[in-house]
Design a protein around this ligand. Structure first.
Ligand code: BTN
Length: 245
């Protein structure tokens, strides 16, 4: 990942630039980075605060082989990202589907977007890592963290962080493309922040009410399995959102 690479002082969104570059034929592994984004996007239509100039905003173009299942790709990206960051924060955890948390606060987020060209997926994997910022705009102050907030003076440079993330990401993706989520379960599950925890889930893509449940673990296709508090058989959560109770 990273050949070729484009770096911008400011972009609307690195994902948007990568989607356009992919359409124009950029190869597997091409990478877009920016110092700041004016329209950083998160999952479920949310914004991603991107003005600091001290954090990582990265989008990679992937061209998986035709026919490979990519439904759980974001979980592989999360696992790789967490591994790269564990060099500095060994206790970092994954909150399904793919947020990286430190003591319950969000350190990094991932937004995967794909389109099909015939039977071949063209994928943009975007991630933002809070590296150097120590102040967050409300209401993020209570729920977000950064390498700076966790490590103070010992905070590594953005390039050093990216330099650890990319090889870990490559390894996780290679394993995922050869064996699906089952092949990377061992990279994900030991670091899952939700397993056996009480949670609230939104079963309808960010639009519905939060219901109380216990997180049971992940199915082989990467779906989150939960037991709803009002009983019944285990239910699958395939998209949407989940919060620790
Ligand atoms: C989330 O947690 O909801 C996902 C956040 C993803 C943010 C990154 S920053 C780089 C890339 N460009 C974007 O516009 N979004 C992703």
């Amino acid at each position: 990942l990273g050949r070729p690479r484009e770096h911008w002082a400011e972009l609307g969104s690195t994902n948007d630039r990568a989607l356009a570059w992919a359409r124009a034929g950029a190869p597997h592994g091409a990478l877009v980075t920016a110092d700041a984004q004016t329209a950083g996007r998160g999952r479920l239509g949310r914004a991603w605060a991107s003005e600091s100039g001290e954090d990582l905003y990265v989008s990679a173009i992937l061209r998986p082989d035709a026919g490979k299942p990519i439904g759980a790709l974001g979980l592989a990206v999360g696992a790789g990202l967490r591994e790269g960051l564990s060099r500095w924060l060994p206790a970092a955890q994954l909150k399904w589907p793919n947020d990286v948390l430190v003591e319950g606060r969000k350190l990094a987020g991932i937004l995967c977007e794909a389109r099909w060209v015939g039977s071949s997926p063209e994928v943009v994997v975007g991630f933002g890592v809070n590296v150097g910022r120590s102040l967050f705009p409300e209401p993020l102050a209570a729920t977000a963290t950064s390498l700076r907030r966790e490590l103070g003076e010992a905070t590594p440079s953005r390039e050093a962080v990216l330099g650890r993330i990319l090889p870990a990401l490559e390894a996780a993706l290679e394993q995922f493309f050869s064996g699906g989520f089952a092949a990377i379960r061992g990279r994900y599950e030991p670091h899952c922040a939700l397993r056996d925890r009480d949670v609230f889930v939104d079963m309808s893509n960010g639009a519905g009410p939060k219901v109380q449940a216990k997180a049971l673990g992940l199915a082989d296709d990467g779906a989150l399995m939960v037991a709803l508090a009002d009983g019944g058989p285990p239910r699958r959560v395939e998209s949407g959102d989940v919060w620790l109770a």
